[in-house]
Structures are given as C-alpha cells and as structure tokens.
Ligand binder design. Structure first.
Ligand code: F6P
Length: 323
C-alpha cells in the first residue's frame, strides 16, 4: 500500500477534522501519499482530489465542521456514480480510502467495498445511529450544545412557570433526545421509537405543575411523529381544554456547528489512526467505532444491515426520575 484518500460524507459532525488530521498524519507516518477528497462523494465522482501534507491539517483539531467539505450525493447511490468514483481513485493511483461519516456515507463505503475497493469507515454522526460504535464522533459535542440551550431555557421557563418544547436533531433515531432529556432533567421525552399521545403529554405536564414544579420541559426528537411543530399545534388547537400552551425552541443545525469537545477530538483521533492501521494490516470493508471503551472494527456489511438499537432502559429511567 502506497497511498490513501480521506473523504467526509453526509452531515458534518464536530470532531471530523480531528479524524482527518489523524488519517493524514498516520498515513504519512507509514510513508504513504495522502489525498483529501473535497465535498464528499460528489467530489470523488467529479475528481476533486488534492494532496494533503502534515501542515495542511495543522490547526484544525479544534475546528467544527469538516475542512474537506461534504455532501449528500444521490449519484453515489447509483452504479454509474460508484464507477465514476472508482475511476477517480484509480486515476490518482489511490490504493485505499477512509470514509468519515454516518449512515449514508458508510452505505456508500460498503458499496465500494463490495466492488472490491479497500475502504475503512470512521463512525461520525451526531445521530448516534450507527451500529458498530457505542458513540460516534460528534455526539458528545452535540449533546453538550443542546444541554446548554436547555439549561438556559429552564431558567426563563421557571421565572414564568412556562412549559417549553425543545426539538433536537437525530433524524429517525431518538438517542440525542433521550440523553439530552435525561441530562437536562426533562419532564417528558418524545422519541421516534415510541408512539406518543399528546393527551398523555398534557397529563404529565399538568402533573408536573401539580407536584409544585416551576416549569415543564418536553424534549422531542425531530423524527418523532409528534415533532415540536405538531405538538405545539395540537396544544394550541386544544388550548381551552388542556389549559396551557407550549413554547417551542427548535435547536436544528446549531447542534452540529460547535467546536468539538475534548472527547470528540480524542475519539476522532483514535478512530482516524485505527482506520489507517487496519488498512495497513489488510483489513478492509470495516467501520472504526468505539465498543466498550475500545476502538473496534466491525464489518460494514453488519453496520449497514442493522441500525444501532436504542437502549430503552434509559427511557424507563428518565420516566422514573421525572417525578
Ligand atoms: O445526519 C445528521 C443530521 O444532522 C440529522 O440529525 C438531521 O436530520 C440531518 O442531518 C439534517 O440534514 P441537513 O444538514 O442536510 O439539513
């Protein structure tokens, strides 16, 4: 093996730059030529590839986002798109590739692996929905950003005895909402994995005030059937009967944009180095993730076949603590 490329795909996640830096410097340490692909799989298809040296990745470990750029690339979902991607890699004589990203990016990586190309994935998504990693790069930072917002909202909510809904990201996975809800002391947590009845939410919020609480906080995942907008509409339509309204804060992309936490910088660094080590040892078609505290390689085939299951014991725990 003489060369490796690194690409970031899909939504950015804080800590991706730490992983890029780690791949570049670990690759250089092996004596390889290292390439960066600009703008995700779109750049791979169009041949937007640059040589990266150690200095090119200096001063980036503390930056959010991805210095390489990223994309949601529909063409990569087609065979012709993937053939164009492979042509770029062959034209530049790139022997292997590290793919940093979430579900979409790792699905593309798996398709390339099935076509015989050596790839190693690095789990990076704030959704934390990738099996093969207990925690992905970006999750810790996104959780902390959401928590800071919730802590602030609770202060103003308590002053006026108000009920607030905070909507967090996560696509169709409730992990962020569940963990932020527990750590932020939410009265109610609404996630896509569990059907929600707005009437039951109203009862829980009323109970919260009945128990003498100064505020009521609902954390809702964007992928839930009743997301913040629908919940707020329901409460507004039934205001007279339910007795109170819900004020909405949708955190959205704010959660993705922060400077990576120490945890995410370290995780990105460890996974990036591990990806290079695995490729050097001839292990390919695997995802680098953290499993029980250790960096582990899981076949991409398994990763794309099963989404990461949410630990439903956490929801039970959240309900018990919201008394
Ligand atoms: O996959 C990460 C994520 O932030 C999801 O939580 C969210 O649903 C989605 O990306 C938003 O995508 P975009 O940045 O393309 O709007």
């Amino acid at each position: 093996m003489k060369s490796v490329a690194v690409v970031t795909g899909g939504g950015d996640a804080p800590g991706m730059n730490a992983a890029i830096r780690a791949v570049v410097r670990a690759g250089l340490d092996k004596g390889w030529q290292v390439y960066g692909v600009r703008n995700g799989y779109q750049g791979l298809i169009t041949g937007n590839v640059v040589v990266l040296g150690a200095r090119d990745v200096g001063g980036i470990i503390q930056q959010g986002g991805t210095i390489l750029g990223s994309s949601h690339c529909l063409e990569m979902e087609t065979e012709s798109g993937r053939l164009k991607a492979l042509r770029t890699l062959h034209e530049h004589k790139i022997d292997a590739m590290v793919v940093i990203g979430g579900k979409g990016a790792q699905t593309g990586a798996h398709e390339l692996a099935k076509m015989g190309y050596p790839v190693a994935g690095v789990a990076a998504t704030i959704n934390n929905d990738l099996s093969g990693s207990d925690i992905a790069i970006g999750v810790d930072t996104a959780l902390n950003i959401a928590l800071e917002a919730i802590d602030r909202l609770k202060i103003t909510a308590s002053s006026l005895q108000r009920a607030f809904i905070v909507e967090v990201m996560g696509s169709d996975c409730g992990y962020l909402a569940l963990v932020v809800g527990i750590a932020g002391g939410a009265e109610v947590i609404v996630i896509p994995e569990v059907e929600t009845d707005p009437e039951a939410i109203a009862t829980e919020l009323r109970d919260a005030y009945g128990k003498g609480k100064a505020h009521a906080l609902v954390v809702v995942s964007e992928g839930a059937t009743y997301n913040a907008e629908r919940l707020a509409r329901y409460f507004a339509e039934h205001r007279g009967r339910l007795g109170f309204e819900l004020r909405v804060t949708t955190l959205g992309h704010v959660q993705r944009g922060g400077a990576p936490s120490a945890y995410d910088r370290l995780l990105g660094t460890r996974m990036g180095v591990a990806a290079v080590e695995n490729l050097a040892e001839g292990k390919k078609g695997v995802l680098m993730g953290q499993v029980k505290g250790e960096i582990a390689a899981t076949p991409l085939e398994e990763v794309v076949a099963h989404p990461r299951a949410l630990d439903m014991r956490l929801l039970k725990l959240a309900r018990m603590l919201a008394q």
